[in-house]
Design a protein. Structure first.
Length: 259
């Protein structure tokens, strides 16, 4: 298997930490995000520290043709993507009917459509080579409905389901698909999604720890990885047995802002 990884949302947070992990293991990178300055800074850091090669591609995954442009850029450069890390994503707070619909449409484009498009484009080559790994950065939000983040939770439920389904389709190949499902993570996601003041971020994990958890799971070919054992227990052994209305109430309470 080759060792070139494409990371979306690589300019900060979990994406940047995943890029650092891969570079530290001697892997080359394609770094994708909107902020060219941040990507170039990361490129310089990693090339200097680890003697690897990193290519920067600036792209806005909220644009319908973003995945095709990214794929065309790597093809034109003769870069074979051996590892695809679909990390880019964002959320947003508020009642669905009160939110700006265009923001939720952009969220669905980034969190679902561009992720699916990139996976389809790069997976075909992986299957033909019978080698490759895909990591989808989902969320524990994908395990239950999320009042006050209705669309975000639903997009992550899609990612968790999609990743597992294609993993099964690939089960007789040497290509794997892993869904990383962290709980709260201390990144710019909180501010970008207008989530300050919600209780679930009080004990957020570091982006570095979550990235390592996900990277290791991807390399092992695990199906789904939740970064915290307590969350794993809660989501798999408690939540499924609670009344649905109780689950919805608890979920909403975690998203309510302190006065």
């Amino acid at each position: 298997m080759g060792n070139i990884a494409l990371v979306t949302g690589a300019s900060s947070g979990i994406g940047a930490e995943l890029a650092r992990l891969h570079a530290a293991k001697g892997g080359d990178l394609v770094l994708v995000a909107r902020r060219e300055d941040a990507l170039n800074a990361l490129k310089s850091e990693l090339e200097k520290a680890h003697s690897i090669t990193a290519k920067v591609i600036t792209a806005d995954l909220a644009q319908p043709d973003a995945a095709e442009k990214i794929f065309a850029a790597t093809e034109a450069a003769g870069i074979q993507i051996d590892i695809l890390i679909n990390n880019a994503g964002f959320g947003g707070h508020g009642k669905f009917h009160e939110r700006d619909l265009t923001k939720d449409q952009a969220m669905m484009q980034v969190n679902i459509v561009s992720l699916v498009n990139l996976t389809h484009l790069y997976l075909q080559g992986m299957v033909s080579r019978n080698s490759g790994k895909i990591l989808h950065v989902a969320s524990t939000a994908g395990f239950l409905p999320g009042p006050l983040q209705a669309v975000y939770y639903a997009t992550k439920a899609f990612v968790v389901s999609f990743s597992q389904a294609i993993a099964q389709e690939l089960s007789k190949t040497n290509v794997t698909s892993t869904a990383l499902c962290p709980g709260a993570v201390a990144t710019g996601f909180v501010a970008a999604g207008d989530l300050e003041g919600t209780s679930m971020w009080d004990k957020a994990a570091s982006a570095e720890s979550v990235a390592k958890c996900g990277y290791d799971a991807m390399m092992k070919g695990e199906l789904v990885k939740i970064n915290e054992p307590s969350l794993n227990f809660l989501l798999n052994w408690v939540i499924p047995f609670l009344p649905r209305k109780a689950v919805l109430k608890i979920s909403q309470q975690t998203m309510e802002k302190s006065k």
